[in-house]
Design a protein around this ligand. Structure first.
Ligand code: ADP
Ligand code: MG
Length: 404
């Protein structure tokens, strides 16, 4: 399948382009805590403006659940976007997403290339998460061309990424991927289609339940799976190890045993940490010590992988030719439990392999340790990148593809 891109669009002078972007930034008291996603929209928006289009830009923000939520209005995002683009961003806070005023303002764009209107939070309308056709038809009436650049949302069948491009195509108009989405698909496809081997996946984070489906499908694709973070303890406990008060999900014992059995059958190595850093509580000042991973004392929690584990993981990483990393190795937010994540991230960044990292917290760690340059690709979508790498068809991508 071939992904249609901005290169498939003819003359854009005087055309109104609807661009679905991912401006779902972390907000803290109304202030943007990290503007990576705002900056990531620039290449596509700037190119379209340069080519003479006027733009209707839209995103979701947070989880307002189909109604107006004052704390989730797009205003701070509109201001940040104006700043990074160096242009006026027209934003009018509305009661919902669409009304006569918004529709008129978008209609007038046809005669004014270079204007940029930012819609209110798409999730203020229940039609967005409902993948509602009526809502999609109204969105489609705002523009002549559809561009999706919201990689972080392509795994969701929501109106702005699923029903809307279908409507545009039915009406004989174009629906294509923006530059960010194009780059994500190109980089992640390299992991999906005949990756250079050995292919090593490094998984961590808090919950095994979040990533069990990913583990199940990665076992079919990789040569080694390195497991750190809290999720390692569900594996260790399922094997009879003593994990103390570490985060464990006993209802996933069956699932992790099945993944292990399948890995054995395929000759895939599942590597667990040999040692861990344990403490009685998740606090920077808590007394901590390194113990064998299956011998965490009663009442203590494993909060990071230990130095031996870092060494062993590093050996596997150094021999890999393709590496996927998703999920921190420990509670890296607290200094005493950060060495595992830092050590493994440093090893991946320095490896000769093709390296990809994804996941909000994992990227925060990459940034914190200044390792960004060591990665071939930093994926802007956590959930979307994992679903893509499982080989699933994602609604927001499938609609932009055509047979070659
Ligand atoms: P990502 O956002 O990269 O996908 P996750 O959201 O799955 O990662 O997990 C990140 C969180 O997991 C971090 O907040 C980290 O503190 C937590 N975590 C990692 N290891 C442990 C552990 N051993 N015990 C408790 N929490 C952990
Ligand atoms: Mg996270």
């Amino acid at each position: 399948m071939r992904l249609r891109t901005l290169d498939d669009l003819d003359d854009l002078a005087g055309r109104r382009v609807f661009v679905r972007v991912d401006l779902n930034v972390p907000l803290k008291d109304g202030v943007i805590a990290d503007d990576t996603r705002v900056r990531a929209t620039v290449p596509t928006l700037a190119e379209l403006l340069e080519r003479g289009a006027s733009l209707v830009v839209a995103s979701h923000l947070g989880r307002p659940k189909g109604q107006v939520d004052e704390a989730a209005r797009m205003r701070p995002v509109a201001e940040a976007l104006a700043e990074v683009l160096g242009r006026v961003v027209e934003y009018v806070p509305t009661d919902g997403v669409l009304n006569a005023e918004v529709e008129q303002s978008c209609e007038a764009l046809a005669f004014e290339p270079g204007r940029l209107v930012l819609l209110e939070n798409l999730r203020f309308d229940p039609g967005e998460e409902g993948d509602d056709r009526e809502f999609a038809l109204r969105l489609a009436s705002l523009a002549d061309v559809y561009v999706d650049d919201a990689f972080g949302a392509v795994h969701r069948a929501h109106a702005s990424v699923s029903a809307m491009p279908r409507v545009m195509l039915e009406q004989g108009r174009s629906a294509v991927a923006g530059r960010l989405l194009e780059r994500e698909v190109a980089a992640l496809s390299r992991l999906l289609d005949e990756p250079d081997r050995p292919y090593v996946a490094v998984l961590g984070g808090a919950k095994v339940s979040d990533k069990l489906a990913t583990i199940g499908s990665l076992v079919e694709r990789v040569d080694a799976l390195l497991i750190g973070g809290a999720m390692a303890f569900t594996f260790i406990a399922a094997d009879g190890g003593q994990v103390g008060a570490s985060l464990v999900e006993p209802d996933r014992f069956e699932g992790v045993r099945a993944a292990r059995a399948r890995a054995d059958e395929l000759g895939v190595m599942i590597q667990l940490p040999e040692d861990v850093v344990a403490a009685p509580e998740i606090a920077a000042e808590a007394p901590h010590h390194t113990v064998p991973s299956g011998e965490v004392p009663r009442g203590e929690k494993g909060l990071d992988i230990g130095p031996r584990a870092v060494e062993e993981f590093t050996r596997t990483i150094a021999a890999a030719r393709t590496i996927l990393w998703n999920g921190p190795m420990g509670v890296f937010e607290l200094e005493p439990f950060s060495a595992g994540t830092r050590g493994v991230a440093t090893a991946i960044a320095g490896a000769p392999a093709f390296t990809v990292a994804g996941g909000g917290d994992s990227l925060a760690a990459v940034t914190k340790y200044g390792l960004g340059d060591g990665f071939d690709h930093l994926s802007t979508g956590g959930g979307a990148s994992l679903e893509f790498l499982e080989g699933r068809s994602l609604p927001g991508i499938a609609v932009l593809e055509e047979a070659e």
